[in-house]
Design a protein around this ligand. Sequence first.
Ligand SMILES: NC(=O)c1ccc[n+]([C@@H]2O[C@H](COP(=O)([O-])OP(=O)(O)OC[C@H]3O[C@@H](n4cnc5c(N)ncnc54)[C@H](OP(=O)(O)O)[C@@H]3O)[C@@H](O)[C@H]2O)c1
Length: 248
Amino acid sequence: MDVLVTGGTGRLGRLVVERLQDGGHRVRQMSRRGTGPGGVRGDLATGRDLPTALAGAEVVVHAASDARGDYWEADVAGTRRLVQSVDRDRLRHLVFVSIVGVDRIPYGYYHAKYAAEQVLLASGLPVTLLRITQFHDFVDQLLTTARRGPVLPVPMGWRLQPVDVAEAAAHTAEVALGAPAGDVVEFGGPEELTAAEVARAWAAARESNAHVVATPVPGRLSAAVRDGGALPTRGARGRRTYAEHLRG
Ligand SMILES: NC(=O)c1ccc[n+]([C@@H]2O[C@H](COP(=O)([O-])OP(=O)(O)OC[C@H]3O[C@@H](n4cnc5c(N)ncnc54)[C@H](OP(=O)(O)O)[C@@H]3O)[C@@H](O)[C@H]2O)c1
């Protein structure tokens, strides 16, 4: 299979690339710089080099995102540009990597991801919208930046179900090689945890001086996460727990 992975240099994308290459597929990994083995350049925010990058692709895994930049341009308008640039005669399946809760949690980046999903559903292309929960290493990164000296404040009552990124990548590759669902599918970790449980486990393993303080956070976003908006409701589950990730 001739596969293009957008965001092929990212946390998830690079593991999807490895997985598909190991399976004997011809894989190109797209990013703005076009680095890495099989690297091709393509910028979703401007459209530059997109048609060349997408030429001949039978499967597209769309895992690029500019979460910290102008995500309306890169993720939403960029997905529109992607739709216009795909080789419709060759394309068998386009998998969009999204996030569990984009339809339920009122947060700017999630609104953009949801809007990108709608672009794909309206495109007439053979798509699957694969919503995944937070990756373990992303959670680690959030906790590292949340720490304030000896105190590690976390939102009280937030419910999470983080997942191992390698398992998420393996599942993404498997979905990409299967038939398009034409709809949303979900993938999450094996267990539901509160943010405080996650933070205490992280602190015990990595920062034993950090004291976890669960803090009430007002607002609609926080209420949605407390109500389970970030938890998967269906679909497959990874096996590796957050505790195992920390031990690893
Ligand atoms: N992080 C999580 O916990 C999590 C959970 C569930 C779902 N997701 C979703 O999974 C996907 C991958 O997440 P990640 O954490 O692996 O992302 P990441 O590490 O931030 O990687 C983002 C990728 O997108 C590329 N990119 C950014 N802007 C671009 C542009 N304008 N044009 C082309 N490529 C661009 C980056 O490459 P260059 O910078 O080299 O161009 C990089 O390869 C995202 O769609 C995200 O929403 C993430």
